[in-house]
Design a binder for this molecule. Structure first.
Ligand SMILES: N[C@@H](CC(=O)c1ccccc1NC=O)C(=O)O
Length: 306
């Protein structure tokens, strides 16, 4: 019997790559052209830490709110000045770092522009590897959204955004079983930045030294494989934006394009953008500026109510 596959049956190009080449494809810093790989990672962490300290010094905030019993199951909320916290729109950000680095304390890039437009920003922490497994991280993000919905039942929308490995976790929310959590989050849009949606190639990289993903773990956490087999739920039914940076590696480009196709075929309301002149890190760093193209796209999506 013919098995129908989202890739039309063609063998995935990564399967023909040497281990070294595959490692480079899944090392985003190696594709940055404005700086060396080390400098790019250093700049990213410095800018993220600065933006976060600035936001914490100037905004009305709730820091380290527990969304679960785990020690690291915390989120930070940055509120706009003049909007009631009960009826606000929430932009929820999930940081990247190959599921093994990064933290909420260096990820609040977008707080200034979004809060000045009246949107609250939530930055979610989760247990990165080796403490957490990908299964746990998915469960933690699910619980953080359920928590937010229960805390703010009259919110005007939850706009979920993930970067890189965080885009993977965000995309997994399309597969969440919300009935188990007793609440369906008011998920209005999903912004997926330079993400990974098929985890199998990761099982062949050194990132897996800490992740310990088996092929089965990778498959059950791959929205690229699971979404085609799933009936599209009635709710939540978020609009989606799949974003790619011009200087992302060919494998990252392939991942975003193929996931966009899966979403189109599944009948989701989805758009695709390849952003010029940015790499895996500057695409996010630029979100600290209100006039950046992606900041504008995000604001337009948030304020053009469906
Ligand atoms: N080891 C990685 C680091 C990395 O992938 C990364 C770092 C910060 C934010 C996102 C990242 N990638 C995806 O999650 C690299 O080579 O760039």
């Amino acid at each position: 019997m013919e098995v129908s596959r989202a890739d039309g049956g063609a063998e995935a190009p990564w399967k023909k790559m040497s281990k070294e080449l595959l490692q480079i494809q899944y090392s985003p810093s190696r594709w940055v052209i404005r700086q060396s790989a080390e400098e790019a990672l250093e700049t990213y962490s410095q800018l993220g830490t600065q933006a976060t300290s600035r936001a914490r010094a100037t905004k009305k905030i709730l820091l380290d709110v527990s969304y679960g019993d785990g020690q690291r199951e915390k989120l930070d909320i940055y509120f706009p000045d003049r909007v009631s916290s009960q009826t606000v729109r929430f932009f929820v950000f999930v940081h990247g770092g190959m599921w093994q680095c990064g933290s909420k304390d260096m990820s609040a890039f977008m707080v200034d522009p979004l809060t000045s437009w009246g949107v609250a920003v939530v930055i979610v922490a989760y247990d990165i590897a080796p403490i957490g497994t990908v299964d746990l991280m998915v469960d933690q993000l699910t619980r953080s959204l359920a928590f937010l919905q229960k805390q703010y039942p009259s919110n005007r929308g939850i706009y979920l955004c993930g970067h890189s490995a965080g885009a993977h976790l965000a995309a997994m929310m399309l597969l969440a079983n919300w009935t188990e959590h007793g609440v369906t989050p008011n998920l209005k849009a999903l912004f997926l930045l330079s993400g990974i949606y098929d985890l199998e190639p990761i099982t062949h990289t050194s990132d897996n030294d800490l992740l310990h993903l088996t092929l089965e773990d990778a498959q059950k956490n791959s929205p690229q494989l699971l979404l085609p087999a799933m009936l599209k739920p009635v709710a939540p039914n978020p609009r989606m934006l799949v974003i790619l940076a011009q200087h992302d590696s060919p494998e990252f480009q392939r991942q975003s394009r193929e996931f966009f196709q899966v979403l189109c075929q599944g009948g989701w309301e989805v758009a695709f953008e390849e952003l010029p002149d940015v790499d895996h890190f500057s695409v996010l760093e630029n979100l600290s500026k209100a006039d950046y193209l992606l900041s504008q796209m995000i604001l337009k999506t948030i304020f053009s109510e469906a």
